[in-house]
Design a protein around this ligand. Structure first.
Ligand code: GLN
Length: 345
């Protein structure tokens, strides 16, 4: 394969090509790259790594291996990972399926496919995750951004648009992870000043990469520590318009039933929160009134069956209006929105 078509050094996937959506269980995908010779002759073909490295021979080997390991969308993952190593556009895989691939690329590909067969999430292999049409760097240090979280970001943007008279909209993101929420809000809200908190220095390092990548580093203050504690000293008590968080919300019992990709590879601390999964919500809600301005919002992402319980926690503080919910694409209440009013003693 000639360098005219692919930049082997680049690890970017072409714009508009969504790794996230492609990774989502597309079981029926069959690869147009594979020639009939490969499609029909699988019985006689041993699944050993090919000695001639062409796009179709590599994708064929990889698809079969991933299928044997029970990966949901083997052909698709095989293609996405090859694209990552070749740095080309998807169409090139089809047009140039018989083109030879350099040995070093083939070896890296082999290694990546073996990782995927061990259930390492696709996004950790490619180091890409799409969120709100932005490309985020991700690795094992952070949770992979999920499409549901886009609903949270949209809810903040919608409410921020109404606050036109504010010079500066102060937003606190608890549990910044990859920075998907903080970075997107910094990009979409002109006058946002964001405090991004995480207890994990590793996660903050990734979030900073993404803030730099999207040119919003100067709008975000990155703080390491437990919930609101690192905010002390910044003089933002009663000045925060939005406290946002997609905190860990899986219960310790549910953890064992998670998909292997999640359970074995995503950071435990970003997923699990106590016996009932509600610990972080309780700890955040307990202190929101110190930081929020009157009329300010707390906007959470929550797990299935948690929204009403969280609404009740807000009620108990007697400082919030009745909470509102936003449903996800499966009609599950996922986003909880509570607006602060005067505390009723
Ligand atoms: N804010 C990040 C996300 O929404 C990380 C969340 C977390 O680590 N629990 O993906």
């Amino acid at each position: 394969m000639s360098k005219r078509y692919c930049n082997y050094l680049s690890n970017r996937v072409s714009p508009g090509f969504s790794l996230h959506s492609l990774s989502n269980h597309n079981k029926t995908h069959t690869s147009p790259i594979l020639s009939p010779q490969y499609e029909n002759n699988t019985d006689s073909l041993k699944n050993t790594f090919p000695d001639k490295y062409t796009i179709s021979s590599l994708v064929h080997w990889a698809s079969k291996l991933l299928q044997e390991h029970g990966i949901d969308s083997p052909s698709l993952d095989a293609e996405v990972i090859l694209l990552h190593h070749l740095g080309c556009k998807r169409i090139d895989l089809y047009i140039h399926s018989d083109q030879p691939v350099e040995e070093t690329v083939a070896m890296h590909y082999k290694e990546s496919i073996q990782r995927r067969s061990q259930r390492v999430p696709l996004q950790y292999i490619t180091n890409h995750a799409e969120f709100m049409s932005l490309d985020f760097y991700v690795d094992e240090r952070v949770l992979i951004p999920r499409p549901e979280t886009e609903l949270l970001v949209e809810a903040v943007i919608k409410r921020a648009q109404i606050l036109t008279r504010e010079n500066e909209i102060v937003i606190v993101d608890i549990g910044v992870g990859s920075g998907n929420i903080a970075v997107t809000l910094a990009k979409k809200i002109d006058n946002a000043r964001i405090f991004a908190v995480d207890i994990s220095p590793d996660a903050l390092a990734v979030a900073k990469i993404n803030a730099q990548r999207h040119d919003v580093f100067s709008k975000i203050t990155f703080l390491c520590g437990d919930i609101f504690r690192p905010l002390e000293g910044y003089g933002i008590e009663s000045k925060v318009s939005f406290i946002v968080s997609n905190p860990p919300y899986i219960s310790s019992d549910e953890f064992h039933d998670l998909q292997k990709e999640v359970r074995d590879f995503e950071p435990y601390g970003a997923l699990v929160s106590g016996q009932d999964g509600l610990q972080m919500f309780k700890r955040i809600i307990a202190n929101t009134h110190t930081w929020l301005k009157p009329g300010g919002f707390v906007i959470f992402e929550a797990g299935e069956k948690q929204a009403r319980k969280i609404a009740r926690l807000f009620e108990e503080t007697r400082c919030f209006k009745k909470a509102a919910f936003i449903k996800d694409y499966q009609h599950i209440s996922r986003i909880v929105i509570a607006q602060m009013e005067e505390c009723r003693g």
